[in-house]
Ligand binder design. Structure first.
Ligand SMILES: NC(=O)c1ccc[n+]([C@@H]2O[C@H](COP(=O)([O-])OP(=O)(O)OC[C@H]3O[C@@H](n4cnc5c(N)ncnc54)[C@H](OP(=O)(O)O)[C@@H]3O)[C@@H](O)[C@H]2O)c1
Length: 342
């Protein structure tokens, strides 16, 4: 694909997103004098190396996310790994690499407000795509949820859903390293294999192998003493089934609601389950934890380098593939952190 393209939301998806909810179109390059004017006004030109596909974007397309709405006709928002080609901003040097809200484009002009929220990619992060996954926002979500909210202790049984994604897999492995017994809930045999054989989970339940009754039976069998920590990435029936197995004194971290991002009616557990378990329930918003990004990158980075913690990336190639890759993520078919390499 030639230099300048962008992916726009054609219409608000109904239910699970479809590829034709998006359109990839050429973007007009700026003429030389307009480019010079943009630089003079403090704008910065970047090349996008990789796009991060994240479930919250589906919520934003429905106007339900706290980061704001993505309207039909707009370029799909989202962060990527970018390299600075020309800079009109003294804080941003040419040739440096950042995570920034570039949108689904292969080349982008970014303004000062965008840079205020951008994060330089530490030179120790290799490959740089990890700055979008295990050492980026999803990794921070996992680290903050586990270390700051879950209050897990060695010997606890921790259950995590969407266990094979960048959030879930990192939570589970941090828990294993802290001496917990770790049970993952994930969809399909390949995710279960990776979680057991590579990520070192003690047990994995395939929630796509049956309905809610089978999930209940499997959770009971995998957690005979109950669940001490439940890290929820899904909501709906999975949250309900896990809360039925909480041990006394359990902690529940509510992180994601992917079961309802594509429009399913909100549903959730009876509060009686929390009373019975004397449970502590905490909501997690990663934006509250940016202060800990360097600490998370140092700790999780050390685990990765030592081979104690593993991550997996689900790579699509080329901007035009971004809609298909996003639909794949929202069907749960991704095997690891969903990215588009440009
Ligand atoms: N609170 C925060 O600040 C925060 C920050 C980042 C992410 N999150 C949330 O954390 C969760 C995990 O994020 P991630 O980036 O690691 O994503 P991910 O796990 O790579 O992808 C989402 C996974 O959700 C699972 N899933 C379960 N039920 C589903 C359903 N009904 N429809 C579609 N997928 C379903 C699928 O895996 P299986 O089939 O294997 O279950 C799918 O692969 C998401 O809910 C996300 O929104 C929250």
């Amino acid at each position: 694909m030639s230099a300048l393209h962008e992916v726009r939301l054609r219409r608000t998806p109904e239910g699970r997103p479809r590829e034709d909810d998006f359109v990839c179109v050429p973007a007009e390059p700026l003429a030389a004098d307009a480019g010079a004017a943009a630089l003079a006004q403090g704008q910065t030109l970047v090349k996008v190396h990789a796009l991060s596909l994240d479930p919250y974007l589906r919520s934003a397309m429905a106007g339900r996310h706290l980061s704001g709405a993505i309207q039909p006709g707009e370029v799909v928002r989202g962060e990527g790994w970018v390299e600075v080609l020309a800079s009109g901003d003294a804080r941003v040097a040419v040739g440096t690499h950042w995570v920034a809200a570039c949108g689904w484009r292969n080349v982008a002009w970014l303004d000062a407000a965008t840079w205020a929220a951008a994060r330089p990619i530490d030179q120790n992060i290799q490959p740089r795509t990890w700055a979008l996954g295990v050492l980026g926002m999803p990794g921070l979500t996992a680290w903050a949820g586990f270390t700051r909210l879950a209050q897990a202790r060695a010997g606890d049984t921790l259950v995590v859903s969407a266990a094979a994604g960048p959030v879930g897999a990192t939570v589970g492995q941090l828990a294993r390293l802290a001496g917990c017994r770790v049970v993952g809930i994930a969809g399909g045999p390949e995710k279960a294999r990776w979680l057991r054989e590579v990520a070192g989970f003690d047990a994995v339940i395939d929630h796509r192998a049956g309905g809610p009754p089978e999930l209940r039976v499997a959770l009971k069998a995998a957690c005979p003493q109950g669940i001490d920590v439940y890290f929820d990435n899904v909501g709906g029936d999975v949250l309900q089934a896990a809360c039925e197995q909480l041990a006394v004194g359990a902690r529940v971290v509510l992180c994601g609601l992917i079961a309802q991002y594509s429009g399913a009616a909100p549903s959730g557990p009876n509060p009686a389950l929390f009373i019975r378990a004397r449970a502590t329930v905490r909501g997690l918003v990663v934006y509250d934890h940016w202060d800990a990004l360097p600490q998370m990158q140092a700790e999780v980075g050390a685990h990765l380098r030592a081979g104690r913690l593993h991550t997996r990336e689900d790579l699509a190639h080329g901007l035009a593939q971004a809609p298909a890759a996003f639909c794949r993520l929202m069907r749960g078919d991704n095997q690891g952190k969903a990215l588009v390499l440009l």
